[in-house]
Design a binder for this molecule. Structure first.
Ligand code: DAH
Length: 337
């Protein structure tokens, strides 16, 4: 009996030592110490042992049981201190986990969508057009005659004498009105191009949102109302607008829209050059010549139009002082949005 118990202890020792994880260890415990485990079963034979031998056999069996329990406990602790049963060698569970990063929209895409979403909430439809345009859609249709000095501000990249990269998304006014008769309310976001030296406020590719509304009896008051509402939704309800006379060939009269400086609330600062106002977009009443070019009767219909640079608006909204930051793909910049 004693021999049998000592043999079981040896076996159990080897099994415990070789256990690869806590599951195997638990199986070993059940195998030897469980209700019908080998040690438990062996002890059932105690009744057949000669009475004078019983105390000694009882003592050894207790020692064997305790020793096995102790070995099991030691091995369990060893597993726990390693942080788990089946950890690969050299794996350090105390290292911080690797996070997978989620992509998100570029700030310009987001701002462009925010601009258009507000106009869409006013009932405007959103359209897109081609980046490569004819001289007609970019200039002549919009009342820029050949050799007109207003073309100087719109120098661009030419693919041929007639084909060019559009300098504004105002081209969509001609595209849309050629195909659809008023009433019309449209916003047109997209990329535009200029033959421009790159610096902190200029880039040869940038983005614009142009918009227009044509209906019966539309006047400058409607234009002011819509643009003032847009400004208050986009920049905040306390921001004021002011309309300054300007010139565009495709609008008459024309104006620039200024907003009270969002950084100093109109008091005067570095960004508004101490004036309290910053220019945010161009606008005006659509020139009758543009309506006529599109076979829309200017005696019956009138409309207003506006156009803004997405980068410029984003730079004011987020106090960004260099347009080039938008195109450098520097994650330290992009992650802030
Ligand atoms: N297209 C003009 C530009 O790029 C901006 C502009 C001004 C658009 C007045 C308009 C407008 O629709 O009415 O400089």
């Amino acid at each position: 009996m004693i021999e049998r118990l000592e043999l079981l202890l040896k076996e159990a020792e080897t099994s415990i030592q070789n256990a690869s994880d806590s599951k195997v260890l638990e199986e070993t415990r059940v195998k030897y110490l469980g209700k019908s485990g080998l040690v438990t079963e062996a002890l059932k034979g105690l009744g057949q042992v000669a009475p004078e031998m019983r105390p000694q056999v009882g003592k050894v069996s207790n020692e064997v049981k305790n020793r096995i329990a102790e070995l099991l406990e030691q091995k369990k602790e060893e597993f726990e201190s390693k942080g788990g049963a089946s950890l690969p060698v050299g794996w350090d569970p105390s290292l911080p986990g690797r996070q997978s990063s989620l992509g998100k929209m570029h700030p310009l895409t987001r701002v462009q969508q925010e601009i258009c979403d507000i106009f869409r909430s006013f009932g405007f439809d959103q359209v897109e057009g081609p980046d490569v345009e004819t001289d007609y859609y970019n200039f002549r249709g919009l009342n820029f005659p050949l050799d007109h000095p207003a073309r100087d501000a719109h120098d661009t990249f030419y693919l041929s004498d007639e084909l060019l990269l559009r300098t504004h998304t105002t081209t969509l006014q001609v595209h849309v009105m050629e195909k659809h008769q008023p009433p019309l309310k449209v916003v047109a976001p997209g990329k535009v191009y200029r033959n421009e030296a790159v610096d902190a406020t200029h880039h040869h590719i940038f983005h614009q949102v142009d918009g227009f509304l044509v209906a019966e009896g539309v006047h400058f008051g409607h234009l002011k109302g819509i643009l003032d509402s847009w400004v208050k939704k986009f920049f905040g309800s306390k921001v004021e607008t002011r309309f300054r006379p300007s010139f565009f060939p495709f609008t008459e009269p024309s104006a620039e829209v200024d907003i009270s400086c969002v950084f100093c609330q109109g008091k005067g600062c570095r960004i508004c050059k101490q004036s309290g106002w910053v220019e945010i977009m161009g606008c005006g009443m659509i020139h009758p010549a543009v309506l006529e070019n599109c076979k829309v009767d200017p005696e019956k219909w009138s409309g207003f139009a506006f156009g803004m640079g997405v980068e410029r608006v984003a730079m004011f909204k987020y106090d960004i002082d260099d347009i080039r930051l938008f195109y450098q793909n520097d994650l330290r910049f992009l992650r802030q949005f």
